[in-house]
Design a binder for this molecule. Structure first.
Ligand SMILES: [Zn+2]
Length: 253
């Protein structure tokens, strides 16, 4: 990289909204095995071809106040929100991490977790096409960022997978249905690959506490009960994974 070290934040932050557009597309297409090509170039309402200025992330949506320039049909806020989320991930990563490699790898992880979160919220599944490469990339990232202790990450991946498969099998035996999917197990294995085995309890604790807090808020504010099947655990696992990778395991004093 010829960029001076002080500017290592610049590239990921600038690229983030564009990557957010791509994430929105992947999250929409991947679960349906549709080809991932960039075709947001036609208005879904009037079918007019959109020009480059309609496709600038965030700005074009804000400039047209969320409406098509030709037919005034509302454009889903999902697009700019995903672009904004990708930008927040990049700003979060550059504010915590230092060094270009750390920042790039961190952004890559954050964007992958954002994609998984969106897919799980909408489709209640975590695609292998993201979780499995994330395990391999986590092990490779550990070699680059922490070359002294690669074994901790390998053990983490194996432990994460077996632990979650065991919990899932027990749940199925007791309840008679799948509470934790195989996708959760692969995501937890990826977490182990990235944070090492010692970080896994923290990932699980943060994920569980956050999930519980969200469920309580929905029950109190929304005044309704939530059935077990409604809850996708993936987004909370992603959150715990992200926090522990950025800040390290929780420290018990
Ligand atoms: Zn239109």
């Amino acid at each position: 990289m010829s960029l001076p070290a002080e500017f290592s934040w610049f590239l990921p932050v600038l690229a983030a909204p564009f990557i957010g557009s791509f994430i929105g597309l992947v999250a929409h297409r991947l679960p349906h095995a549709e080809p991932i090509v960039f075709d947001r170039s036609v208005c879904t309402s009037c079918h007019k071809t959109l020009s480059a200025r309609d496709l600038v992330p965030l700005i074009s949506w804000l400039a047209t106040r969320g409406r098509c320039r030709h037919c005034d049909a509302p454009v889903s806020a999902r697009y700019p929100l995903t672009e904004l989320a990708a930008l927040i991930v990049a700003i979060w990563a550059v504010s915590v991490l230092s060094g270009i490699w750390s920042i790039l790898i961190g952004c890559l992880l954050g964007w992958a977790l954002l994609t998984l979160t969106l897919v799980d919220l909408r489709e209640k599944m975590l695609p292998d096409a993201i979780t499995l490469p994330l395990i391999a990339i986590g092990l490779a990232a550990a070699l680059i960022l922490e070359p002294l202790d690669p074994l901790a990450h390998l053990i983490g991946a194996i432990l994460g997978l077996t632990l979650f498969l065991a919990v899932g099998a027990t749940f199925r035996r007791i309840k008679g249905y799948d509470g934790l999917g195989g996708g959760d197990a692969k995501l937890f294995a990826a977490a182990g690959a990235w944070v090492g085995w010692a970080g896994l309890p923290s990932v699980l604790l943060i994920a569980s506490v956050t999930a519980l807090a969200v469920v309580l808020v929905i029950m109190v504010v929304g005044r309704r009960n939530i059935s077990q099947e409604e809850i996708a655990f993936g987004p909370y696992l992603c959150f715990g994974f992200w926090i522990v990778w950025l800040y390290g395991p929780l420290v018990i004093i």
